[in-house]
Design a protein around this ligand. Structure first.
Ligand code: EPZ
Length: 428
C-alpha cells in the first residue's frame, strides 16, 4: 500500500498541462467495440480506470497496444466474448458502458454490476428502461446484468425520469445500431456526452443534438474504426484551478476548453479569485482572502458535483460561512469527517453542508474515501500547517494522471511513500 505525504504551506506557481477527460475516455474506449475494426484514440489519460477498461476489451478478444504514452490502438475486429466479469467491473462504474456497446455490436451481453465511487445508492433503472425500450430483455442474476436483443434493436422514444450521464451514454451506445430513429429526452448535456457523440459520428453513426437535452439518433448498419482525440478533462483542470486559488498561488492551467470551465470560474471569482481566460488555457491567482460563497451542484451546465469536495476544501479557510448543497448525489459528504480531522468546521445535514471558515487547518493522517474526496484532501493538505498523510490513494489515481509529478512541478512538497502492513495485535 502507498500513501501521499504532503507538507502544507506552499504557494502553487507555474504551469500545469491537463490530460484527456476521464469521463469521456471511459465511454469512448467501450464505444470502440461498435466498430469491427481499428480505432486510434489520442490524449488518453494515464489513469488506472483506462488500464482496467483496456483489460476488459482484451478479455473480450480485442487487441490493444499503446503507440505512445497517450495514444492507444484498439482493434475490435475479433470481439468473441461479450462478457465482463466482477473481477474487473468492480473497480469502476463505467464498466457498464460495455453493456450498451455489446448490445449494439453483438445483440447480447453479460456484464457484472459495476463498482465505482460510493455516494449512496446508485441505481441503473434508467439504463435498463432505455435498453428495454430498444427491444432488449434485461435481467440481473448472481450479480450479472444479462441483456439480449429479442429480434432487432428498434429505435424508440425514451424520456429519462432523471438526468443521468450514465444512462444517456449507455443507451446512446446501443441506439446507434438500432433500426430507425431513437429520441432521448431529458438527456444529460455534459462535455463528455458531446465528445462521445462526436466519436460515434466519426465511426459512421448519426447522432444529433448531443449537448442539448434532446438527442436524436438514426441507427446505422455499419460502424467503422476511427481516429479520435479525447477532450481535456474539465474536472482535472478545475481541481488544479482550485488548488492554485486555495494556496494563494498563481498557476497557468494549459490544455483546457475555457467554455467547459465557466461554472467553476464563476464560483472562483465569487470567492475572491482572479481568473483570466485564454484560447486553450486559464490563469488562476489569488492575493486577497478567500470569500465565503454558496454552491449548488447540478447537471451540466450547472456547477459539477465532481468539483464539490475540492471547492468545499478551499472554503474551509474562507472568511465567513459558506453553504454547499449537493444536488446530484444522496451522500457525497463522506469526506467531511476527514476534513474535520484537519480542523475544518463543517456541519452536514442531508444534502447541505454549512462551512464555517476557520483560521487554519492542521496536517493529520486522513483517508481518501473516493476519487474527488481524495483530491479535496490533497488541496486541504496543501493549505494546512504541517504534514498530512493521505491513505487509500488508489481512489485518486483512478482519475488524476501523474498527480504527484504535476503537483510537484507547481512547487507542492508531496511524495508517495510505501505504508508498512499494519500488524493487528491478537485479541486478548
Ligand atoms: C457520472 O456518473 C460520472 N461518472 C460521475 O463522476 C458524476 O458524478 C456523475 O456522472 C454526475 O455528473 C462517469 O462519467 C464515469 P448519473 P453516473 O447517472 O453516470 C440518478 C467522478 O468523480 N440515477 O448522471 O453514474 C443517480 O442516483 C465520477 O468522476 C438514477 O436514479 O451519474 C444520481 O442521483 C463519480 N437512475 C443521478 O441520477 C439511473 O439509472 C445522476 O447520476 C441512473 C442515475
Amino acid at each position: 500500500m502507498e500513501k501521499f505525504v504532503i507538507q502544507g504551506g506552499a504557494r502553487l506557481t507555474g504551469e500545469v498541462t491537463i490530460g484527456g477527460a476521464k469521463n469521456a475516455v471511459v465511454a469512448i474506449i467501450p464505444a470502440t467495440i461498435l466498430a469491427k475494426g481499428r480505432c486510434v484514440i489520442g490524449n488518453i489519460p494515464n489513469i488506472s480506470d483506462v488500464n482496467i477498461l483496456l483489460k476488459m476489451l482484451s478479455e473480450m478478444g480485442a487487441s490493444v497496444s499503446f503507440l505512445d504514452k497517450t495514444t492507444v490502438e484498439i482493434d475490435t475486429t475479433h470481439i468473441v466474448n461479450p462478457i465482463v466479469s466482477y473481477d474487473l467491473a468492480r473497480y469502476l462504474r463505467a464498466s457498464y458502458y460495455c453493456l450498451g456497446a455489446l448490445i449494439g455490436r453483438c445483440g447480447k451481453a453479460s456484464v457484472s454490476m459495476p463498482g465505482g465511487c460510493h455516494f449512496g445508492v446508485r441505481p441503473i433503472d434508467q439504463h435498463i428502461k432505455g435498453f428495454e425500450a430498444l427491444g432488449t430483455t434485461v435481467g440481473i442474476d448472481h450479480g450479472m446484468i444479462n441483456a439480449k436483443v429479442e429480434h432487432h434493436l428498434m429505435g424508440s422514444h425514451i424520456y429519462f425520469d432523471v438526468v443521468s450521464v450514465g444512462a444517456t451514454i449507455n443507451v446512446m451506445l446501443a441506439a446507434v445500431r438500432a433500426k430507425g430513429l431513437t429520441v432521448l429526452e431529458n438527456a444529460a448535456k455534459e462535455p463528455h456526452i458531446v465528445d462521445l457523440a462526436n466519436f460515434l459520428n466519426t465511426m459512421g453513426a448519426d447522432v444529433r443534438g448531443a449537448g442539448t437535452d434532446v438527442i436524436k439518433i438514426h441507427g446505422v448498419d455499419i460502424m467503422r474504426g476511427a481516429d479520435y482525440t479525447i477532450i481535456p478533462d474539465q474536472i482535472e483542470a478545475g481541481t488544479y484551478m482550485i488548488a492554485a486559488a486555495a494556496t494563494g498561488g498563481d498557476v497557468l492551467v494549459k490544455n483546457v476548453i475555457p467554455k467547459h470551465m465557466e461554472s467553476i470560474t464563476n464560483k472562483l471569482v465569487q470567492a475572491g479569485v482572479e481568473v483570466e481566460e485564454f484560447d486553450e488555457s486559464i490563469r488562476v491567482r489569488r492575493d486577497g482572502p478567500i470569500c465565503a460563497t454558496t454552491i449548488k451542484t447540478m447537471p451540466h451546465p450547472g456547477f459539477p458535483t465532481d468539483m464539490q469536495p475540492q471547492f468545499t476544501a478551499m472554503l474551509t479557510l474562507a472568511g465567513g460561512t459558506s453553504v454547499v448543497t449537493e444536488g446530484v448525489w444522496d451522500n457525497r459528504f463522506r469526506y467531511v469527517d476527514e476534513l474535520a480531522r484537519m480542523g475544518a468546521n463543517i456541519q452536514v445535514d442531508g444534502k447541505v453542508a454549512v462551512v464555517q471558515g476557520v483560521e487554519t487547518l492542521t496536517g493529520a493522517p486522513v483517508k481518501a474515501t473516493d476519487l474527488r474526496a481524495g483530491a479535496a484532501l490533497m488541496i486541504a493538505a496543501l493549505m494546512a500547517k504541517g504534514t498530512t498523510e493521505i491513505e487509500d490513494i488508489y481512489h485518486i489515481e483512478r482519475g488524476y494522471e501523474d498527480v504527484v509529478e504535476k503537483f510537484r512541478s507547481l512547487g507542492a512538497p508531496i511524495k508517495r511513500v510505501e505504508t508498512p502492513d499494519l500488524e493487528i495485535p491478537a485479541a486478548l
